[in-house]
Design a protein around this ligand. Structure first.
Ligand code: T1G
Length: 708
């Protein structure tokens, strides 16, 4: 018996416990331990039934995802769980699976190979493999439809969302909810069923006929809509469909084929990278895990504009009482109306109860004074983007706030140290840069100032988790991580329309690449006035003689701010649907002609490469300067703040996938065509391309160097 899997006897019931912290993944030694434990219990004459349970906080959370890379690289052979699951299912004594925490992926597949499943009230079961770009690989697509029915199995396997205990029982995945002591409840249940013939899931076909082909067609359409560009959801649908047409054995064989295709795909590499990247961001080398954090019991927000309203909701959603201050009644009422509208639409979608909405609104105190700010543990500033105003506000709140109160600015590119310089507590000042809409977007750039204390950073990371946000540490450079890289990306998009591409062509190329929307469409959504203000703030930094985009400023001067004014790069109807704007096209052509820019046919490939490699090139600078701790942090920023396609893993992993040599060669082509000032390759990119390195490899080196 390995220490990963152990057996204890409870009278005539053998309890097999899996202990592989943190989430009992089916890593090396676990399947073997389960196999030998089941065999031993089966052979033990004193044992009449078997219970399998997870040690610690959860049942089995799936296969060990870290092992996949070793299989794909050929370092390790691919091992199938199927034989083990058949052994469990064919065990002559009833096997009861006792589920708490999560039974995900291989964990649910192991559970379904058991004869019965009992579950704790808060537990969840699911097949989230598609979120990793793969599909269930241990008969999950074959056993789940036999238990839960075909339609639900398609939904769970194709979209990866878990179900809770009550639904698991009503679907037939689980047999009983055990309210109190799970192990005791499971043992009692095992004794109840010990004398009955143990039902084998693979032999249960009664639910396989409950769905017609329309179920699969609808799921495919849904997958193509909500998982655009992803292959795994379609593979999962095909595998479940196979269960309705083929024998169990042949269905498993078809599943294994589809699983293999997914596992060796770049999409799976991208999504698995994203999984671990998201879990790495909270690790700051010089801020140890046990760094004390401030308790955030009360908050205050300055500004109830679009961002301020969203930020206020984040605090209320985390259960933190929050004051929101505005300068005028009208602005305050507008802000509160936005908050109520946002909550109401969430209630309408069934994602929040009316009671919860009322509860959260009750945590929000709208006002036009600083009353109560002296009790806040954190004050978030979300006023107009201008250094003078920010400094005025920080001067004011510094005078009011209590000692130890954190002051966080939502600036999206201004100098945090300069803002902190007007306070007597620079160690308590940092950036909390949310992304619009702030109550929806999961990304929070946590911007570290020169004096920001480690406790304040640790508190911010903990607060991000509490708000269900992904906190990414960023250094204090212009535009931090995301917006700094966005500059060259948007620049190239605008240059490409000057050189002959249409607005629709540029948007379309990046949309097909997988972006949620094209760069010019993104500008129209954010507002061309916002872009204009950012450019004006840094006009003094523009290098004389270096080409700058021509049209955006003109569109702004013409009052064309994008969606909010019905026209910008594109025309927008009352449903904000875009269409070609011949006037904008004519303006661009005229400006290009006046600037002597030769207009030509532009290919889709050039559009994608110039925009994405501009992003990557600037990303390499951001990484080398330490503005980002890891290339994977940059990827997390772009996946969660700029809707970069998750199945590409992020811009930096995408560059690794293309090959840094190829990326560099393409950048050098653009340098030759568009000049050193715009396209000088980042030194880190040149170095890595030169020594066959990757950004992923660079992260590992940095991790080792930091002694992590
Ligand atoms: N393998 C390896 N490591 C894992 C892991 C896994 N399956 N799940 C979590 N970890 C690590 C994670 O990286 C982190 O490490 C720590 O555990 C805590 O995780 C055959 C092929 C279970 C809901 O997709 O969804 O089975 O950062 O921070 O918020 O068909 O982890 O501390 O070093 O996320 O409480 C399918 C993935 C696999 C589930 C817990 N299973 N995990 O969330 O903690 S494919 C999944 C999760 C498969 C079969 C197929 C969540 C969680 P570190 P955490 P959490």
């Amino acid at each position: 018996m390995s220490e990963l899997v152990s057996t204890t006897r409870h009278g005539d019931v053998a309890v097999i416990t899996i202990s592989n912290p943190p989430v009992n993944a089916l890593g090396p030694g676990v399947p073997e331990g389960i196999r030998s434990s089941i065999a031993a219990a089966a052979a033990d004459p004193g044992v009449f039934a078997i219970v399998v349970i997870g040690g610690g906080r959860t049942f089995i959370a799936g296969a060990d995802i870290r092992e996949f890379g070793k299989v794909v690289s050929g370092e390790k052979p691919r091992r199938s769980l199927l034989p083990l699951l058949l052994e469990i299912e064919d065990c002559p004594k009833p096997v009861v699976m006792a589920i708490h925490g999560t039974a995900f992926g291989g964990g649910l597949e192991v559970a379904m190979a058991g004869h019965y499943r009992v579950i704790a009230p808060a537990a969840q079961v699911g097949q989230p493999e598609v979120k990793l770009g793969i599909i269930p690989g241990a008969a999950g697509t074959q056993r789940l439809p036999r238990l839960a029915g075909v339609a639900k199995a398609v939904e769970m396997c194709a979209f990866g969302e878990p179900v809770g205990a009550p639904e698991a029982v009503s679907l037939g995945i689980a047999d009983r909810i055990v309210e109190d002591d799970l192990m005791a409840g499971a043992i009692a249940f095992a004794r109840e069923v010990a004398a009955r013939p143990a039902p084998k899931t693979r032999e249960r076909g009664e639910k396989l006929g409950d769905a017609d082909s329309a179920v699969f067609e609808r799921a495919r359409q849904q997958a193509q809509k909500v998982r655009r560009g992803q292959t795994a959801p379609l593979a999962a649908i095909e595998a479940v469909e196979a269960a309705t047409r083929l024998s169990f054995e042949d269905g498993c064989a078809r599943e294994a084929e589809l699983f293999g295709q997914c596992l060796y795909s770049t999409q799976s590499r991208g999504l698995i990278h994203a999984f671990f990247a998201e879990r790495a961001v909270s690790k700051i080398p010089d801020v140890p895990k046990d760094t004390p954090v401030y308790e955030i019991r009360r908050a205050a927000v300055i500004g109830a504009g679009t961002m301020g309203a969203g930020i206020t909701m984040n605090y209320a959603n985390a259960g933190i009482p929050v004051i929101v201050k505005e300068t005028t009644r009208e602005a305050l009422d507008r802000g509160m109306a936005t908050i109520r509208k946002n909550y109401a639409s969430t209630v309408k979608k069934g994602k929040l109860t009316q009671a919860a909405m009322e509860q959260r609104l009750a945590l929000i105190t709208p006002q036009m004074t600083y009353d109560g700010f002296e009790e806040a543990d954190i004050i978030a500033e979300a006023v107009f983007e201008g250094m003078a105003l920010k400094k005025q506000v920080f001067g004011e709140i510094d005078g009011i706030a209590k000692p130890g109160c954190i002051l966080a600015s939502n600036t999206s590119y201004l100098d945090i140290d300069e803002i902190a310089s007007v306070t007597r507590r620079p160690e308590l000042v940092l950036g909390h840069h949310y992304f619009s809409p702030a109550n929806v977007m999961r990304l929070l750039e946590i911007v570290r100032g020169r004096s920001t204390a480690k406790t304040v950073l640790a508190t911010s990371m903990a607060l991000a988790k509490r708000m269900n946000k992904i906190g990414v540490l960023a250094g204090n450079g212009r535009g931090f991580i995301g917006n700094r890289m966005l500059g060259p990306y948007l620049r190239e998009a605008q240059f490409l329309v000057e050189e002959g591409a249409s607005v629709e062509q540029v948007n379309g190329a990046l949309y097909d690449f997988g972006m949620a929307m094209g760069p010019l469409a993104m500008g129209d959504l954010a507002g061309l006035d916002v872009g204009w203000r950012a450019r004006r703030e840094f006009k003094h930094l523009e290098k004389p003689g270096v080409r700058v985009p021509l049209a955006a400023d003109r569109l702004y001067e013409m009052g064309r701010f994008g969606q909010k004014t019905g026209r910008g790069w594109s025309l927008y109807n009352e449903n904000r649907e875009p269409s070609h704007d011949p006037e904008t096209a004519a303006l661009i052509e005229q400006l290009a002609r006046e600037a002597g820019i030769e207009r030509r046919t532009v290919t889709r490939e050039e559009i994608v490469d110039r925009c994405i490699f501009a992003l990557v090139n600037e990303g390499a600078r951001v990484l080398a300067e330490g503005i980002a701790l890891r290339a994977s942090d940059i990827d997390v920023v772009y996946l969660n703040g700029y809707a970069f396609p998750s199945w590409r893993g992020g811009p930096m992993l995408y560059a690794d996938t293309v090959g840094l040599k190829t990326v560099l060669a393409r950048i050098e082509e653009f340098r030759a065509g568009h000049g050193e000032d715009l396209w000088s390759p980042a030194p880190l990119l040149v170095e890595l391309a030169g020594n066959g390195g990757t950004f992923t490899g660079f992260d590992k080196q940095r991790e080792v160097a930091a002694g992590a």
